[in-house]
Design a protein around this ligand. Structure first.
Ligand SMILES: NC(=O)c1ccc[n+]([C@@H]2O[C@H](COP(=O)([O-])OP(=O)(O)OC[C@H]3O[C@@H](n4cnc5c(N)ncnc54)[C@H](OP(=O)(O)O)[C@@H]3O)[C@@H](O)[C@H]2O)c1
Length: 240
Protein backbone atom coordinates (compact mmCIF):
# COMPACT_ATOMS: atom_id res chain seq x y z
CA UNK A 1 0.00 0.00 0.00
CA UNK A 2 2.04 2.97 -1.24
CA UNK A 3 0.35 6.33 -0.73
CA UNK A 4 1.02 7.81 -4.17
CA UNK A 5 -2.31 8.91 -5.62
CA UNK A 6 -4.20 7.60 -2.59
CA UNK A 7 -6.79 9.15 -0.28
CA UNK A 8 -5.98 9.03 3.43
CA UNK A 9 -7.86 10.10 6.55
CA UNK A 10 -5.80 10.87 9.66
CA UNK A 11 -7.33 11.68 13.06
CA UNK A 12 -5.61 13.97 15.56
CA UNK A 13 -3.99 15.68 12.58
CA UNK A 14 -3.25 19.06 14.17
CA UNK A 15 -0.20 18.13 16.25
CA UNK A 16 2.23 15.43 17.31
CA UNK A 17 2.34 12.21 15.33
CA UNK A 18 -0.88 13.04 13.44
CA UNK A 19 0.55 16.22 11.97
CA UNK A 20 3.77 14.40 11.03
CA UNK A 21 1.71 11.69 9.30
CA UNK A 22 -0.14 14.33 7.27
CA UNK A 23 3.16 15.87 6.13
CA UNK A 24 4.68 12.48 5.36
CA UNK A 25 1.61 11.32 3.39
CA UNK A 26 1.72 14.53 1.32
CA UNK A 27 5.44 14.15 0.68
CA UNK A 28 4.78 10.60 -0.59
CA UNK A 29 2.29 11.87 -3.17
CA UNK A 30 -1.07 11.25 -1.49
CA UNK A 31 -3.79 12.73 -3.70
CA UNK A 32 -6.01 13.78 -0.83
CA UNK A 33 -5.55 13.84 2.95
CA UNK A 34 -8.60 14.29 5.17
CA UNK A 35 -7.24 15.90 8.34
CA UNK A 36 -9.46 15.14 11.33
CA UNK A 37 -9.16 17.72 14.11
CA UNK A 38 -11.31 18.90 17.01
CA UNK A 39 -10.77 22.57 16.16
CA UNK A 40 -11.17 23.83 12.59
CA UNK A 41 -7.90 23.72 10.63
CA UNK A 42 -6.74 26.09 7.87
CA UNK A 43 -4.53 23.92 5.68
CA UNK A 44 -1.99 25.45 3.34
CA UNK A 45 -1.79 22.48 0.97
CA UNK A 46 -4.79 22.18 -1.33
CA UNK A 47 -4.65 18.37 -1.08
CA UNK A 48 -5.63 18.61 2.59
CA UNK A 49 -9.37 18.57 3.33
CA UNK A 50 -10.10 19.57 6.92
CA UNK A 51 -12.70 17.60 8.86
CA UNK A 52 -13.93 18.69 12.28
CA UNK A 53 -13.84 15.35 14.03
CA UNK A 54 -14.08 14.79 17.76
CA UNK A 55 -14.08 11.03 18.20
CA UNK A 56 -16.51 11.25 21.09
CA UNK A 57 -19.10 13.00 18.91
CA UNK A 58 -21.32 10.58 17.01
CA UNK A 59 -22.76 13.35 14.82
CA UNK A 60 -19.27 14.42 13.69
CA UNK A 61 -18.38 10.82 12.88
CA UNK A 62 -21.56 10.48 10.80
CA UNK A 63 -20.78 13.74 9.05
CA UNK A 64 -17.26 12.48 8.23
CA UNK A 65 -18.74 9.31 6.74
CA UNK A 66 -21.09 11.40 4.57
CA UNK A 67 -18.27 13.73 3.46
CA UNK A 68 -15.67 11.11 2.54
CA UNK A 69 -16.71 9.65 -0.81
CA UNK A 70 -13.64 7.47 -1.33
CA UNK A 71 -10.90 6.32 1.02
CA UNK A 72 -7.84 4.10 0.71
CA UNK A 73 -6.26 4.41 4.16
CA UNK A 74 -7.78 5.27 7.53
CA UNK A 75 -5.20 6.17 10.19
CA UNK A 76 -6.75 6.12 13.66
CA UNK A 77 -4.07 8.21 15.34
CA UNK A 78 -5.84 10.50 17.87
CA UNK A 79 -5.53 9.48 21.47
CA UNK A 80 -5.50 10.63 25.08
CA UNK A 81 -3.05 9.75 27.85
CA UNK A 82 -3.01 10.46 31.55
CA UNK A 83 -1.59 9.36 34.87
CA UNK A 84 -4.61 8.05 36.72
CA UNK A 85 -5.36 5.70 39.51
CA UNK A 86 -6.98 2.38 38.66
CA UNK A 87 -9.71 3.21 41.18
CA UNK A 88 -10.79 6.14 38.98
CA UNK A 89 -13.56 4.66 36.82
CA UNK A 90 -14.30 7.99 35.13
CA UNK A 91 -10.68 8.15 33.87
CA UNK A 92 -11.01 4.66 32.43
CA UNK A 93 -14.22 5.64 30.67
CA UNK A 94 -12.57 8.78 29.23
CA UNK A 95 -9.68 6.75 27.82
CA UNK A 96 -11.97 4.08 26.41
CA UNK A 97 -14.18 6.74 24.79
CA UNK A 98 -11.31 8.21 22.75
CA UNK A 99 -8.81 5.34 22.38
CA UNK A 100 -11.24 2.47 21.83
CA UNK A 101 -14.79 3.55 21.00
CA UNK A 102 -13.60 6.50 18.88
CA UNK A 103 -11.57 4.43 16.38
CA UNK A 104 -14.20 1.67 16.59
CA UNK A 105 -17.03 4.04 15.57
CA UNK A 106 -15.03 5.83 12.87
CA UNK A 107 -13.87 2.54 11.37
CA UNK A 108 -17.41 1.15 11.27
CA UNK A 109 -18.66 4.37 9.64
CA UNK A 110 -15.97 4.33 6.94
CA UNK A 111 -15.84 0.59 6.34
CA UNK A 112 -17.93 0.67 3.15
CA UNK A 113 -15.39 3.08 1.57
CA UNK A 114 -12.43 0.92 2.68
CA UNK A 115 -14.03 -2.26 1.35
CA UNK A 116 -14.71 -0.54 -2.00
CA UNK A 117 -11.04 0.46 -2.30
CA UNK A 118 -9.64 -2.74 -0.74
CA UNK A 119 -7.82 -0.28 1.48
CA UNK A 120 -6.11 -0.31 4.85
CA UNK A 121 -6.80 0.58 8.46
CA UNK A 122 -3.86 1.72 10.58
CA UNK A 123 -4.54 1.85 14.32
CA UNK A 124 -1.96 3.79 16.31
CA UNK A 125 -1.75 1.95 19.64
CA UNK A 126 1.26 1.82 21.99
CA UNK A 127 3.65 -0.66 23.54
CA UNK A 128 1.36 -0.23 26.56
CA UNK A 129 -1.12 -2.39 24.62
CA UNK A 130 1.11 -5.44 25.11
CA UNK A 131 2.67 -4.58 28.49
CA UNK A 132 0.66 -2.32 30.78
CA UNK A 133 2.20 0.87 32.11
CA UNK A 134 1.00 0.79 35.73
CA UNK A 135 1.48 4.58 36.01
CA UNK A 136 -1.22 4.89 33.34
CA UNK A 137 -3.53 1.91 33.77
CA UNK A 138 -6.54 3.48 32.05
CA UNK A 139 -4.45 4.28 28.98
CA UNK A 140 -2.94 0.78 28.97
CA UNK A 141 -6.35 -0.89 29.22
CA UNK A 142 -7.73 1.23 26.37
CA UNK A 143 -4.75 0.44 24.10
CA UNK A 144 -4.88 -3.28 24.92
CA UNK A 145 -8.58 -3.30 24.02
CA UNK A 146 -7.80 -1.44 20.80
CA UNK A 147 -5.17 -4.08 19.94
CA UNK A 148 -7.79 -6.78 20.38
CA UNK A 149 -10.16 -4.77 18.16
CA UNK A 150 -7.38 -4.52 15.56
CA UNK A 151 -6.84 -8.30 15.57
CA UNK A 152 -10.56 -9.03 15.18
CA UNK A 153 -10.90 -6.48 12.38
CA UNK A 154 -7.87 -8.02 10.64
CA UNK A 155 -9.41 -11.48 10.68
CA UNK A 156 -12.92 -10.40 9.72
CA UNK A 157 -11.81 -8.07 6.89
CA UNK A 158 -9.16 -10.34 5.37
CA UNK A 159 -11.71 -11.87 3.00
CA UNK A 160 -12.55 -8.39 1.69
CA UNK A 161 -8.90 -7.52 1.14
CA UNK A 162 -8.79 -4.71 3.70
CA UNK A 163 -5.43 -4.70 5.51
CA UNK A 164 -5.48 -3.93 9.22
CA UNK A 165 -2.29 -2.73 10.94
CA UNK A 166 -1.36 -2.06 14.56
CA UNK A 167 1.28 0.58 15.29
CA UNK A 168 3.05 -0.11 18.60
CA UNK A 169 5.26 2.91 19.30
CA UNK A 170 7.55 3.51 22.21
CA UNK A 171 8.01 7.07 23.51
CA UNK A 172 7.75 9.86 20.91
CA UNK A 173 8.63 13.50 21.39
CA UNK A 174 5.13 15.02 21.43
CA UNK A 175 2.95 16.92 23.89
CA UNK A 176 1.60 13.60 25.20
CA UNK A 177 4.76 12.75 27.12
CA UNK A 178 6.35 16.22 27.21
CA UNK A 179 7.02 15.90 30.96
CA UNK A 180 8.81 12.53 30.76
CA UNK A 181 12.59 12.78 30.69
CA UNK A 182 13.34 9.65 28.70
CA UNK A 183 14.76 9.04 25.22
CA UNK A 184 12.10 9.76 22.61
CA UNK A 185 11.81 9.40 18.86
CA UNK A 186 10.76 12.36 16.75
CA UNK A 187 7.21 12.12 15.42
CA UNK A 188 8.61 12.80 11.93
CA UNK A 189 10.82 9.72 11.96
CA UNK A 190 8.02 7.60 13.49
CA UNK A 191 5.62 8.80 10.76
CA UNK A 192 8.11 7.85 8.03
CA UNK A 193 8.68 4.43 9.62
CA UNK A 194 4.92 3.81 9.87
CA UNK A 195 4.35 4.56 6.19
CA UNK A 196 7.42 2.51 5.17
CA UNK A 197 6.03 -0.46 7.12
CA UNK A 198 2.60 0.04 5.56
CA UNK A 199 4.30 -0.12 2.14
CA UNK A 200 5.80 -3.45 3.16
CA UNK A 201 2.48 -4.76 4.50
CA UNK A 202 3.73 -5.28 8.05
CA UNK A 203 0.81 -6.16 10.32
CA UNK A 204 2.45 -4.88 13.50
CA UNK A 205 4.47 -1.73 13.04
CA UNK A 206 7.31 -0.90 15.47
CA UNK A 207 8.25 2.63 14.36
CA UNK A 208 11.12 3.62 16.65
CA UNK A 209 14.34 2.12 18.04
CA UNK A 210 12.76 1.26 21.40
CA UNK A 211 9.78 -0.63 19.97
CA UNK A 212 11.96 -2.21 17.26
CA UNK A 213 13.61 -4.32 19.96
CA UNK A 214 10.33 -6.26 20.18
CA UNK A 215 9.73 -6.74 16.46
CA UNK A 216 11.50 -10.05 15.87
CA UNK A 217 10.20 -11.78 18.96
CA UNK A 218 6.67 -10.51 18.24
CA UNK A 219 6.63 -11.54 14.59
CA UNK A 220 8.06 -15.00 15.26
CA UNK A 221 6.41 -15.49 18.63
CA UNK A 222 3.66 -17.55 20.20
CA UNK A 223 1.14 -14.70 20.45
CA UNK A 224 1.30 -13.98 16.70
CA UNK A 225 1.00 -17.69 15.94
CA UNK A 226 -2.03 -17.93 18.22
CA UNK A 227 -3.62 -14.90 16.55
CA UNK A 228 -3.30 -16.63 13.16
CA UNK A 229 -4.62 -19.90 14.57
CA UNK A 230 -7.63 -18.08 16.03
CA UNK A 231 -8.23 -16.23 12.74
CA UNK A 232 -8.50 -19.58 10.99
CA UNK A 233 -11.44 -20.46 13.27
CA UNK A 234 -13.40 -17.69 11.59
CA UNK A 235 -12.88 -19.23 8.14
CA UNK A 236 -13.88 -22.65 9.47
CA UNK A 237 -17.04 -21.21 11.07
CA UNK A 238 -17.98 -19.42 7.83
CA UNK A 239 -17.62 -22.66 5.83
CA UNK A 240 -20.04 -24.58 8.08
N1 LIG B 1 3.82 10.28 22.31
C1 LIG B 1 4.11 9.03 22.70
O1 LIG B 1 5.10 8.77 23.40
C2 LIG B 1 3.25 7.90 22.24
C3 LIG B 1 3.71 6.58 22.46
C4 LIG B 1 2.93 5.52 22.03
C5 LIG B 1 1.74 5.75 21.38
N2 LIG B 1 1.31 7.04 21.17
C6 LIG B 1 0.03 7.22 20.47
O2 LIG B 1 0.26 8.03 19.33
C7 LIG B 1 -0.96 8.70 18.99
C8 LIG B 1 -0.67 10.16 18.74
O3 LIG B 1 -0.26 10.75 19.97
P1 LIG B 1 0.74 11.98 20.06
O4 LIG B 1 1.95 11.52 20.73
O5 LIG B 1 0.83 12.67 18.74
O6 LIG B 1 -0.07 12.86 21.12
P2 LIG B 1 -0.52 14.39 21.17
O7 LIG B 1 0.55 15.27 20.65
O8 LIG B 1 -1.00 14.56 22.57
O9 LIG B 1 -1.75 14.43 20.16
C9 LIG B 1 -2.97 13.80 20.46
C10 LIG B 1 -3.93 14.10 19.33
O10 LIG B 1 -5.16 13.42 19.60
C11 LIG B 1 -6.21 14.37 19.48
N3 LIG B 1 -7.38 14.04 20.29
C12 LIG B 1 -7.46 13.93 21.64
N4 LIG B 1 -8.73 13.67 21.99
C13 LIG B 1 -9.45 13.61 20.86
C14 LIG B 1 -10.83 13.40 20.57
N5 LIG B 1 -11.75 13.20 21.53
N6 LIG B 1 -11.23 13.42 19.27
C15 LIG B 1 -10.34 13.64 18.29
N7 LIG B 1 -9.04 13.89 18.49
C16 LIG B 1 -8.60 13.87 19.77
C17 LIG B 1 -5.59 15.69 19.93
O11 LIG B 1 -6.38 16.77 19.51
P3 LIG B 1 -6.37 18.20 20.34
O12 LIG B 1 -5.16 18.94 19.86
O13 LIG B 1 -7.66 18.83 19.95
O14 LIG B 1 -6.30 17.85 21.80
C18 LIG B 1 -4.24 15.61 19.22
O15 LIG B 1 -4.38 15.94 17.87
C19 LIG B 1 -1.93 8.44 20.14
O16 LIG B 1 -2.83 7.41 19.79
C20 LIG B 1 -1.01 7.97 21.25
O17 LIG B 1 -1.66 7.15 22.20
C21 LIG B 1 2.04 8.11 21.58
Amino acid sequence: MTLTGKTVLITGANRGLGRALVEEALSRGAERVYAGTRQALNPTDERVTPLVLDLTDAAQINHAAETVDSLDVLINNAGVYGYEDLADRAALERHLAVNLFGPYALTQALLPRLIESQGAIVNVLSLAAVAALPISPAYSISKAAALSLTQSLRATLAGQSVGVHAVLPGPMDTDMVRDLEIPKTSPQSAAAAILDALDKGEEEIFPDPFSQTLADSWNGGAVKALERQNAALLGAAQNQ
